[in-house]
Design a protein around this ligand. Structure first.
Ligand SMILES: [Fe+2]
Ligand SMILES: [Fe+2]
Length: 257
């Protein structure tokens, strides 16, 4: 049975989709190389997010938010450190394993802080964005924690990070309600819609790339063969080797033209 904290965290539509994709998460994390790559990517995203939130702490005029942003940034930088160290430790234990047929990870990363934009953003918009991103991250890390059951050290990292993400998710919501008591729900919905739109654009780009590859492959196999066949047929009609120039040709054999 899921703990209460996990239950309400996983009750959002996005978390439901993630749970539906659980077999894919299993497949992604089941391969050693993909696991290491995921951890490295998470380390980068968490580190970038931490630096951006540090910048937000510099820019905000609100002293309480500054303190909370600082604590948040320290957490994210710590997460980056945990992911980096774990991926390095896994790499050290790496034997000569095959990388598999398909190494890419089609699912989005855990945090989504790579979409974060600080400059010129008012606190209410930043808090709404952070709340939505942290909630999504908490839902994903809860799934990752389950799918890396065979790897207790990585599981412990997700367990630790999950606790922080739940705190981030809660404080951003509370602070958003404090600074925008009348409109905080609208800000959250707008942030959710914006995130959904960005996800859609990424998904559409992937589909367009697949569609383009299929179309080009079809063109190669459908349009090119008739031309190759015509070229071969024309080649058969040509005499092989050197061909004597007829005597009645008016052109001089020493002329360039
Ligand atoms: Fe994090
Ligand atoms: Fe976080």
């Amino acid at each position: 049975m899921l703990p209460f904290r996990d239950f309400w965290m996983l009750a959002s539509p996005g978390a439901f989709v993630d749970r539906m994709l659980r077999p894919i998460h299993h497949w992604v994390w089941g391969d050693f190389d993909r696991r290491v790559r995921k951890l490295i990517a998470f380390g980068e995203v968490e580190g970038d997010g931490g630096r951006d939130i540090l910048r937000a702490a510099e820019l905000t005029p609100d002293p309480l938010l500054r303190r909370l942003y600082l604590a948040h940034a320290i957490d994210e930088l710590h997460h980056a450190d945990l992911f980096r160290k774990r991926s390095a430790a896994l790499l050290r234990t790496r034997s000569a394993r095959s990388s598999g047929l398909f190494d890419a990870t089609p699912l989005p990363g855990g945090h989504g802080l790579d979409d974060l934009c600080i400059e010129g953003e008012p606190d209410h918009r930043l808090l709404a964005f952070l709340h939505v991103a942290e909630k999504a991250a908490a839902g994903r890390f809860a799934i990752y924690r389950e799918v890396v059951d065979d790897d207790p050290a990585t599981r412990a990292i997700f367990e630790e990070i999950l606790r922080d993400e739940v705190f981030h998710m809660n404080y951003t919501y509370t602070q958003l309600a404090r600074i925008s008591p009348a409109t905080y729900r609208r800000h959250v919905w707008r942030a959710r819609a914006s995130r959904l739109w960005k996800r859609y654009l990424r998904f559409a780009a992937v589909i367009a790339a697949i569609f383009g590859t299929v179309m080009l492959t079809l063109q190669y196999f459908v349009l090119v063969p008739p031309f190759a066949w015509l070229a071969r047929r024309a080649e058969k009609r040509e005499p092989a080797g050197w061909v004597p120039i007829p005597r009645e040709t008016p052109e001089s054999s020493t002329s360039l033209y």
